[in-house]
Design a protein around this ligand. Structure first.
Ligand code: URA
Length: 433
């Protein structure tokens, strides 16, 4: 078999066999296929696409390129949730304890990643003492005892994807549905959970800017998961507006705890209920209405908040931080952004709001960059709200007044104002299973 022939076949619209796909993935992972040939292959996939069978084979080859977690001891109780990424997305912190209260086991390894804020493990590490380095023995023990464990990624999960993603990032080959779907699903399948709920974000702050492409991505991922024997569902959810009101690591932990304390309602609460209901209905085999009633009950009763504290304490975190958010270290600078005009906020370019959060120090631009846990944004007014000139519409938290000024410019540039009230936006567009 020759790499050149495989690239040529794909470029000309041919369907690759499982052997050809395995050859190219294995060869690239071992360093036998050079970057320039793999880039040409990725570009051919971007232009020509892949059949459903090819995408499944690509996912399978990448999943098998490294370790796979064996969670089979927990039967079909394990459930994972994955978001394609958005601004203010802290839903994992909420849905994991909710699912654990209702029979699920959420045992996740999570990467740190790059972005507008840190990843889930960074957010958790903003809680004093929280330890994301968990030995395999403790991982299993805590999953059984508490029902939730979220650890930093120690196992070598899907290294082929890691290497290919880095190449795609610098060759303009990220935006291909077969490549995105196989990338995400190879990691999810390697992570071992029996059920998987995918939160596919759509809008200005998401990878997928329109519903059609988000739906195509979601259908591809659901089909891969189901064909590999994992129960898989996807929700298409709105990312034209940041989720909730907090963007930033400790700020998001505080808001997530607020949902479980019954203090935070609105879009964040509703999306968490929808995601958790799907997780619970998959684990227990119940209908979505029954699952949703149970989810609302364990939130209202405070049971899920107690579970969150039990989980944080099990990983060495000081759970008093969740009861009393004033314990979190405060940012040196709190800069208020005021509305430049009267009217309705008609739109928020959510990606720009994420950029503003990065400028404040809440995220990383490259792997290994430090994160300021206390940095970020608390949004006071979102799309659809009426404001008057001079009203505080957001507070920016950072360590340096200069950063706050730069972030303010970007924040204001993200907003559009109108004299007329915009039509309310849908929160959940579709559920695909
Ligand atoms: N997230 C991933 O993990 N992979 C992609 O290709 C895109 C988003």
């Amino acid at each position: 078999m020759r790499t050149l022939d495989i690239i040529h076949k794909k470029k000309n619209g041919g369907e690759l066999s499982a052997e050809e796909i395995k050859f190219i993935v294995d060869g690239f992972t071992k360093g036998e296929i050079p970057d320039y040939q793999m880039s040409a292959f990725a570009m051919a996939v971007c232009f020509v696409g892949m059949t459903e069978t090819e995408v499944s084979c690509l996912t399978d080859a990448m999943m098998r390129s490294g370790d796979t977690l064996d969670l089979s001891a927990f039967g079909d109780r394990t459930v994972d949730k994955h978001s394609t990424g958005g601004v203010g997305d802290k839903t994992s912190l909420v849905v994991a304890p909710v699912a654990a209260c209702l029979g699920g086991i959420v045992a996740k390894m999570s990467g740190r990643g790059l972005g507008h804020t840190g990843g889930t493990v960074d957010k958790l590490e903003s809680i004093k003492g929280f330890d994301t380095t968990v030995s395999p023995e403790r991982f299993t023990e805590q999953a059984e005892k508490v029902g939730v464990v979220i650890a930093g990624q120690s196992a070598n999960l899907a290294p082929a994807d890691k290497k290919l993603y880095a190449l795609r990032d610098v060759t303009s080959t990220i935006d291909s549905i077969p490549l995105i779907a196989s990338s995400i699903m190879s990691k999810k399948l390697a992570a071992g959970s029996h059920s998987i709920v995918l939160d596919v974000k759509v809008g200005s702050g998401a990878f997928m800017k329109d519903i059609e492409s988000a739906e195509k991505l979601a259908r591809t991922m659901v089909s891969i998961g189901n064909s590999c024997g994992r129960k898989t569902r996807a929700l298409l959810t709105n990312m034209d507006v940041p989720l909730g009101h907090a963007v930033g690591n400790s700020l998001e932990v505080i808001e997530a705890a607020g949902v479980l304390k019954g203090e935070v309602k609105g879009d964040l609460y509703e999306i968490c209920v929808a995601l958790a209901s799907n997780m619970v209905s998959m684990v227990n085999g119940t209908g979505i209405a029954d699952a949703e009633r149970d989810v609302r009950r364990v939130i209202d009763s405070g049971e899920a908040f107690e579970k969150m504290k039990e989980w944080v304490a099990a990983q060495g975190g000081d759970s008093r931080y969740l009861d009393d958010p004033s314990l979190f270290p405060k940012a040196k600078v709190a800069h208020e952004v005021v509305s430049p005009s009267d009217g309705y906020i008609a739109g928020m370019d959510t990606e720009k709001i994420g950029d503003s959060s990065s400028i404040l120090g809440a995220g990383r631009l490259k792997a290994g960059d430090p994160i300021d846990y206390s940095a970020g944004i608390v949004i006071a007014a979102k799309t659809g709200e009426r404001v008057s000139r001079g009203d505080v519409i957001a507070t920016l938290f950072t360590s340096d007044a200069e950063l706050a000024k730069r972030a303010e410019e970007v924040y204001l540039d993200a907003l559009t104002f109108s004299d007329t009230e915009p039509a309310p936006e849908k929160l959940i567009y579709k559920v695909i299973q």
